[in-house]
Structures are given as structure tokens and as C-alpha cells.
Design a protein around this ligand. Structure first.
Ligand code: PLP
Length: 386
């Protein structure tokens, strides 16, 4: 059965060009980048070239990029590292209620350990943060604002540039972090345009392997390493560099220019087609902002069915999609993002997300919209009548 992969927001396939760039660093060029001999220096050069690619893409200096194992680690380092390094009495963080768990759980940790206080900003029905609310939440103690560039469940894009400008106007320095994991493939990530001090992302959402990522740290931003050891990455992230993966990350970031040039419009067109067709099914609503959304995420609420059942029946037809609600042993837990957007728990259970990628075709979309109404109908007929 042909597989139709529409879960690119969860992870992407490693691109063959990325894999080919990485391959020599597993076999022939396997030196440790900290060693002074020829093989070590060959590996060092590859790491620094990868760093240059990431730095160029973000419009920053190479020394402002730290490599990590992914967005989760970058986010942990940015939040905990900043708060620890500032050594401020009663630091205050502002974030949003629709962040990825990597941000929310890190903030909760800092709160529970009484290291910082945190304000979780509400969002509107589209998942958007309100700048006036953010401004009102700022206190003399606020040291960090962390707002994601775009949401992974519903694709809503936050007004990062406006937030950056607002924070610059404050009397005291407030550091600004953005989680750009879903945005990096599609949106402007020049950090000076955005006005951010810290930016996190992962390789596996942009056709590099899982387990590699980066953190941009604006020069002068205090940060304490969360990993003690050999002092790699300027002392901020100890541990032998994963040379092949870093080479892969550099290649994937370099490929973004090309993909944007070739694909941006086509992904958006396919997204529009998918949304238009899916919304023809009765009792289906789009989630997220109708316009300010990433081009690859199309997310819906399907009334009267459970997202997990939809995902499983789509999977039987060779289609990979995802749902925001997670089934625990005893209960169905609705997505915190949909709940924050004011969607009732019983509706949030019917969440369905398709996320497109560079290889998605019109035929893929047509095949999905052909089988989806039948699947929804079947599940609705099976649902117990209350
Ligand atoms: N932030 C966002 C917006 C994401 O979508 C993800 C992954 O789903 C992460 C952070 C965490 O990325 P990773 O699991 O690669 O560390």
C-alpha cells in the first residue's frame, strides 16, 4: 500500500542530500573534533562549517550558535541557563499557554523549585497571544519572555517581531526567547528582524536526523551551562560533538533557501486545497488562525469522533496524520493548546492534524480527502448515542 505521510510537524524523512553529506563522517572522517591531529581537525572543520551555515541563515555570528541534541535541550538551556546565570532575586518569566511541553515543563520546573515565577499568557480562539496582555504582565522582575514563533498543533504564527519591539522599549533588559522549531522551514528567522536574544530549533523537522538541534544566543546574553564535562561548545554544552549529525543539520539548514524557493507556494496551495475539501465534510472545523498560519499545518476538530480513532483508521489506509489528544491509561487528555483556545474538552478529543512536507503531492491530498468522509461517517455511526 502506498504510504502518504502527512505528519511532517512530528518529524520528517532525512533528505538524501543530507544523508550523503553526513555519510563520510561515519566511516572515513570519524575523528574527534577536539583532537589536534589531522582527522580531528577534519572533523572540527566540518563542525565549524555547519555552524557557519546555521549562523548565516539566522544572520548572526558563528560564536552565537551552540549545537545541542534538539529543541528540547536548547529550550532547557535557554531558560534554566539564563535564570541561573542572571542570579536575580525573584526572577519572573512570561510565556504563553500554548507553548510546546519543552517550554511549559521547563517553566513549571523553575516555578516548582521556587527559582522563578511564571505568567502563562492566555490566547484567543485562534491561539494568538495578545500584545497588550503581554505588556500588562511585565513587572520590574521580568527577565525573560518566551513565546513560540508558530504553534506545532494548529500552526498559528505569533507576532514575534512586535513582541521583540515591545521588549526593546522597556526600561530594563528583558531577554526574549522564541521556539522556532516549526517556523524555521517557512518563516523569516533573521534574529535581528525578530528582535530575539535566544532562538531554538531541531534538525528532524527540516529533513535532518532526530537528536540534533541548535540554540542561537545573542552575544552578551548570560547563560550557564546545564551540562558539566569536557567544555565543548564554548563551555556551554559539554560532550563530544556529534559530527555527522551536525554536518546533516548544516546541510538541512542550507537547503531551506532552496526549498523555500521551490516549495513554499506549492505547500501553501496544497494546504488550501486540503482545508477547502476537508471543510466540506459536515461537522468539521478548522483550528488555528485562518490566515496567520504556517503553510504546512492543517488542523481540524471533527465533531462526534475521537482523534485517536481517526488516526488509526487513516493509518489502515496508509495515511499518517496526528491528533492533539493523548490517550492515557484511564482517560483521554485533551490537548492543552486546544483547551487554551477555549475549545471544549469533548470537541478537542476530535482533533486531527495533517502536516505537509516538501514531497507532498496533490495526489496525496486528493487520496486523503477521498477516504476521510467515509472514515468519519463510519466512526460517527459507531459512536454511542447519548
Ligand atoms: N517545540 C516545538 C514547537 C516542537 O514542535 C517540538 C517537537 O515536536 C519541540 C519543541 C521539541 O523538539 P525535539 O523533540 O526535537 O526536542
Amino acid at each position: 500500500m502506498k504510504q502518504i505521510y502527512l505528519d511532517n510537524a512530528a518529524t520528517t524523512q532525512v533528505d538524501s542530500k543530507v544523508f550523503l553529506a553526513m555519510k563520510p563522517y561515519f566511516f572515513k572522517k570519524y575523528g574527534n573534533a577536539s583532537e589536534p591531529h589531522r582527522m580531528g581537525q577534519e572533523a572540527r572543520l566540518a563542525v565549524e562549517q555547519a555552524r557557519e551555515k546555521v549562523a548565516d541563515f539566522l544572520g548572526v555570528k558563528q560564536e552565537e550558535i551552540i549545537f545541542t541534541s534538539g529543541a528540547t535541550e536548547s529550550i532547557n538551556l535557554a531558560h534554566k541557563g539564563l535564570i541561573e546565570a542572571l542570579n536575580f532575586k525573584n526572577p519572573h518569566i512570561i510565556t504563553s499557554s500554548v507553548e510546546h511541553k519543552a517550554v511549559l515543563e521547563t517553566c513549571k520546573y523553575l516555578e516548582n523549585k521556587e527559582i522563578a515565577t511564571v505568567t502563562y499568557l492566555p490566547v484567543n480562539e485562534y491561539g494568538l497571544v495578545n500584545i497588550q496582555n503581554l505588556e500588562k504582565a511585565i513587572t520590574d522582575q521580568t527577565v525573560l519572555v518566551s513565546i513560540m514563533y508558530a504553534n506545532n498543533e494548529v500552526g498559528t504564527i505569533q507576532p514575534i517581531k512586535e513582541i521583540g519591539a515591545l521588549l526593546k522599549k522597556q526600561d530594563h533588559k528583558i531577554y526574549f526567547h522564541t521556539d522556532a522549531t516549526q517556523a524555521i522551514q517557512y518563516l523569516d528567522c533573521s534574529v535581528d528582524n525578530l528582535g530575539v536574544d535566544l532562538l531554538s530549533f531541531s534538525g528532524h523537522k527540516i529533513y535532518a536526523p532526530k537528536g540534533v538541534g541548535a540554540l542561537y544566543i545573542r552575544k552578551g546574553t548570560p547563560l550557564k551551562s546545564q551540562m558539566r564535562g569536557g567544555g565543548q561548545e564554548g563551555g556551554l554544552r559539554a560532550g563530544t560533538e556529534n559530527v555527522p549529525y551536525l554536518v546533516g543539520l548544516g546541510k538541512a539548514v542550507e537547503m531551506i533557501y532552496d526549498l523555500r524557493f521551490k516549495n513554499d507556494d506549492s505547500v501553501k496551495k496544497l494546504q488550501s486545497l486540503l482545508i477547502e475539501e476537508v471543510l466540506k465534510i459536515p461537522g468539521v472545523k478548522l483550528t488555528g488562525h485562518p490566515a496567520e498560519r504556517l503553510p504546512h499545518i492543517a488542523s481540524f476538530i471533527v465533531e462526534g469522533v475521537e482523534g485517536e480513532s481517526l488516526v488509526l483508521l487513516l493509518s489502515d489506509k496508509g495515511i499518517s496524520a496526528s491528533t492533539g489528544s493523548a490517550c492515557t491509561a484511564s482517560d483521554l487528555v485533551p490537548s492543552h493548546v486546544l483547551s487554551a483556545m477555549g475549545i471544549k474538552a469533548e470537541d478537542a478529543h476530535g482533533s486531527l492534524r495533517f502536516s505537509l512536507g516538501k514531497d507532498t503531492t496533490e495526489q496525496d491530498i486528493r487520496s486523503v480527502v477521498e477516504v476521510l468522509p467515509g472514515i468519519i461517517d463510519r466512526l460517527r455511526r459507531m459512536a454511542p448515542k447519548l
